[in-house]
Ligand binder design. Structure first.
Ligand code: KIV
Length: 269
């Protein structure tokens, strides 16, 4: 069964805002043209996440990703999926103050066809988000467990476990909304807290590890398709056994090379 949308048309921030309460949004990451093309007509948005530093570049966290890398991968994604709404994840250190954030986001818009950028942070980053949105940059927020804070917080910590923390997350979401973001990723948050945050704002919330109470979901493609083998977070569902299938196929290829059944007569000039 195909779920490619017959009515496929490019997303924009107004359609995304209007989806709240009407349609659940599906977001998936992509880092290259090949996979982006496969996802283009099914996902509502494609995120070029700085998670590529882990699953693509093999690093232990996202912090060493840089803007050149993110632009390179976003160009590939936009080329493979020209109709997709593509978001570039601003890497660590590229939005430490208003001026550098704007300079780097303008560079993103000038060098690739990203429709928006994503920044991690709540109340603490509201003035930076406001500076971007008031200078015509579309911003997706990201609150809750924020991977770029992993070293300063001493690990990845699930959020929203107490009333106080839930109240802080609601303040974060409201600050990001007020600063002009068109939607917010909520990562690693207890489902009840994610529900309260989702109800507190008028822009869509996109959950990852936040239960099914948000206005949409996002998954990292290599987690979703079972390619990332180092660990499987509780919230990930494998829709494909990617690594096993690839290993079986490569094993078969190596055997065929060794027993000279590849290439056969039909596969030669
Ligand atoms: O980097 C990323 O892929 C992300 C998603 C997990 C939301 O930020």
């Amino acid at each position: 069964m195909s779920i490619i949308r017959a009515d496929f048309e490019k997303m924009n921030i107004n359609k995304i805002r209007k989806a709240k309460g009407n349609k659940k949004l599906s977001v998936i990451t992509a880092y290259d043209a090949l996979f982006a093309k496969l996802f283009e007509e099914m996902a509502d948005m494609i995120l070029v996440g700085d998670s590529l530093n882990m699953s693509f570049a093999g690093q232990k966290d996202t912090l060493s990703a840089n803007l050149e890398q993110m632009i390179y991968h976003t160009k590939a994604v936009c080329t493979g999926a020209p109709k997709a709404f593509v978001i570039l994840d601003m890497p660590f250190g590229t939005y430490i103050n208003k001026d550098s954030a704007l300079k780097n986001a303008v560079r993103v818009y000038q060098e690739c066809n990203a429709a928006a950028v994503k920044v991690e942070g709540g109340e603490d980053k509201a003035d930076i988000i406001k500076h971007l949105t008031s200078n015509s940059i579309a911003v997706m927020g990201h609150i809750g467990l924020m991977p770029q804070y992993v070293r300063s917080e001493g690990g990845y910590k699930v959020r929203g476990k107490t009333k106080e923390d839930t109240q802080q997350l609601i303040k974060d979401a409201k600050a990001v909304e007020k600063a002009g973001a068109f939607c917010i990723v909520i990562e690693g948050v207890l489902s009840q807290a994610a529900k309260e945050i989702t109800q507190a704002v008028n822009i869509p919330t996109i959950g990852i590890g936040a239960g099914n109470v948000t206005d949409g979901q996002v998954l990292v493609w290599s987690d979703m398709l079972g390619f990332f083998e180092d660990f499987k977070p509780k919230f990930v569902r494998h829709y494909l056994q990617g690594s096993s299938l690839v290993k079986e196929a490569v094993h078969e290829y190596v055997q065929d090379v060794q027993n000279e059944s590849f290439p056969n007569k039909n596969e030669e000039y």
